[in-house]
Design a protein around this ligand. Structure first.
Ligand SMILES: O=C(CO)[C@H](O)[C@H](O)COP(=O)(O)O
Length: 216
């Protein structure tokens, strides 16, 4: 059964507290929180102040995905805001090894996100320093985009890398996840399904979350 992480990028920001309460009563495992800086990706979202306010409303795991340049600048701040998992982009991190160690040192799980064009093999030399690999299955920046089919192959390769290295990082899929691909992704080896638009634009988000949770 996958871990389900609704992405609040697609939530109604005028009713964030209600959306958080809804997720608390649902079978969602995590909150997925997308931080965008308008430089790494062509969009802006929110940062520490919103996350720390949400932190007061939920005890679920906060999975914070930084789509920002030089993410190492804010590690301590996101810890203080309430992040449990802090994911940085491979493409935005000049000193990835140092950044992953700093995230763990700060008391969080360390994640690395890969854009659709970035090969998973590039993680080989930091594989033991990673708690989660987030495979972007859309080009990051916006919710509601179409799932990129090549992601399945990347999941299979990552599963092989995980077996070969005898590590146990989680494989997360982010972008365009829905009822058409959830089971196939889980079968391929994905552990975490992030979904924004599919959940928040549905008539019954609680049931939609359940459909992902029990897709297998
Ligand atoms: O990181 C993201 C965008 O960069 C979002 O988390 C992702 O796109 C999920 O949204 P959706 O399920 O609507 O595709």
């Amino acid at each position: 059964m996958p871990i389900v992480a609704p992405s609040l990028l697609s939530a109604d920001f005028t009713r964030l507290a209600d959306e958080a309460k809804m997720l608390n009563t649902s079978e969602a495992d995590w909150f997925h929180l997308d931080v965008m800086d308008g430089i790494f990706v062509p969009n802006l979202t929110f940062g520490m102040p919103i996350i720390s306010q949400l932190r007061k409303l939920s005890t679920k795991t906060f999975d914070v995905h930084l789509m920002i340049v030089q993410p190492e600048r804010y590690i301590e701040e996101f810890k203080k805001a309430g992040a449990d998992i802090l994911t940085v982009h491979y493409e935005a991190s000049t000193h990835l090894h140092r950044t992953l160690h700093a995230i763990r040192q700060a008391g969080m799980k360390a994640g690395v996100a890969l854009n659709p064009h970035t090969p998973v093999q590039l993680l080989e030399d930091v594989i033991e320093d990673i708690d989660l690999v987030c495979l972007m299955s859309v080009n990051p920046g916006f919710g509601g985009q179409k799932f990129i089919e090549n992601t399945y192959k990347k999941v299979l390769k990552l599963v092989d890398m995980r077996n070969d290295s005898q590590t146990n990082f989680l494989i997360e899929i982010d972008g365009g996840v829905n009822q058409l691909n959830a089971a196939k992704l889980t079968d391929a080896g994905a552990d975490v399904l992030v979904a924004g638009n599919f959940i928040f634009s549905s008539n019954n988000p609680i049931e939609t979350i359940k459909s992902l949770k029990y897709c297998r």
